[in-house]
Write a protein that binds this ligand. Structure first.
Ligand code: TXA
Ligand code: MG
Length: 338
């Protein structure tokens, strides 16, 4: 199959929208990562998304909308707390899991009776959803197990020849996937996947904000989890990723110097000095910057041929929790604690 490469002009967005209406697959930019879109209501199209990604069928897709009104077409119940959060954080990187309407087939929801819904803020995504007239089911546009793509080139690297088109909307500004939440009761927000919108940001909206334990530790492959995506190893580059939790740079650098082998790289904070003899990349100085840089650096490490990467451990609060979670998942939840 030939994969068309479209730019984000209104003419080419209209071409991409026509492909979606025709049941075809189009990768498009969002503020978080690129999504691989299909009409969420069409079983055949959604099946093709799973096939193109090599994704397990029990891992549900997020449905993307362009107006709050569309929420009621996709969700069969919208509790007050969900509406308050939609008004506060949409358009933006927040996905809410709600009971699904019948128009959303079980292929899309991975066999669940709930569906993840999000209104992205990227202008190209919004234009595409509006122009197509479809609610768009879209997982991240990587091959399953690869880091999520944050540029159109990453999408082409993974998906060329497997999908009808890629719409180029530049580099994604957020860089990690959306915060995914569900509601355990009218007063409890349950974070299934951390993102730029943090537990601290959500706290004013509910009596309780609960972060799922699968954010911090490995879930057994056969475990029952609240969000199927959490049990799969994800986001991994080819190199082995080894986060190192050190009290300061000196301790980190002494450890790395002692243990470095052929093909060792470091992923450092911006303010860190170089470690003599060990090539390094950097990933920012705060949670939001690290979120923006992490997947880019993973792909660069692969291009450089890195075999083993020692990573300075990010914090676990605010937006940094999303970085911690992606990093630990890439590392299979193994880390060095000094
Ligand atoms: O930022 C994002 O969310 C990106 C862009 C494209 O919007 N999309 C994305 O989709 O990251 P994906 O498919 O790679 O991740 C969706 C996550 C998975 O972990 C999945 O298990 C969870 O959301 N999820 C989706 N629907 C769910 C549901 N009904 N119940 C529980 N978890 C759900
Ligand atoms: Mg993904």
């Amino acid at each position: 199959m030939r994969t068309e490469y479209y730019h984000d002009t209104s003419e080419e967005i209209a071409f991409a929208a026509a492909l979606l209406r025709n049941g075809e697959l189009v990768a498009f930019p969002t503020e978080t990562v690129y999504g691989l879109g299909a009409d969420a209501r069409r079983e055949e199209s959604v099946r093709a998304v799973f096939a193109a990604k090599g994704r397990p069928a029990d891992n549900p897709l997020i449905v993307h909308i362009a107006e709050i009104g569309q929420l009621y077409e996709i969700a069969s119940e919208v509790p007050d707390i969900a509406l308050r959060l939609a008004k506060a954080f949409w358009p933006g990187p927040l996905t809410m899991v709600l009971p699904k309407q019948d128009c959303i087939p079980e292929v899309t929801s991975g066999g669940l009776d709930t569906v993840g819904i999000r209104m992205p803020s990227h202008p190209t995504a919004r234009a595409l959803i509006k122009e197509s007239g479809c609610p768009i089911a879209a997982p991240s546009a990587n091959r399953s197990g690869k880091p999520s793509p944050t540029t159109a080139k990453h999408v082409m690297d993974d998906m060329e020849g497997r999908i009808s088109a890629v719409l180029d909307g530049g580099q994604c500004s957020v860089g990690v996937e959306s915060t995914v939440i569900c509601f355990d009761d009218a007063e409890t927000i349950h974070i299934l996947r951390p993102g730029l919108i943090s537990a601290e940001d959500l706290a004013p909206f509910a009596a309780n904000v609960y972060v799922d334990p699968a954010v911090f530790s490995q879930v057994a492959a056969d475990a029952r989890v609240s969000s199927p995506g959490m049990k799969y190893k994800h986001y991994a580059p080819n190199a082995r990723i080894l986060p190192v939790d050190a009290p300061d740079f000196r301790t980190f650098s002494d450890y790395v110097s002692k243990h470095a082998v052929y093909g060792t790289y470091c992923l450092l904070f911006d303010a860190d000095p170089e470690i003599p003899g060990i090539p390094s990349l950097r990933y920012g100085d705060n949670g939001a910057q690290r979120a923006h840089d992490l997947f880019l650096r993973f792909r660069e490490l692969d291009e450089a041929g890195a075999k083993l990467v020692y990573v300075r451990m990010p914090r676990q609060d605010g937006a940094a929790l999303s970085v911690y979670n992606r990093l630990m998942r890439a590392a299979g939840f193994e880390a060095v604690r000094l």
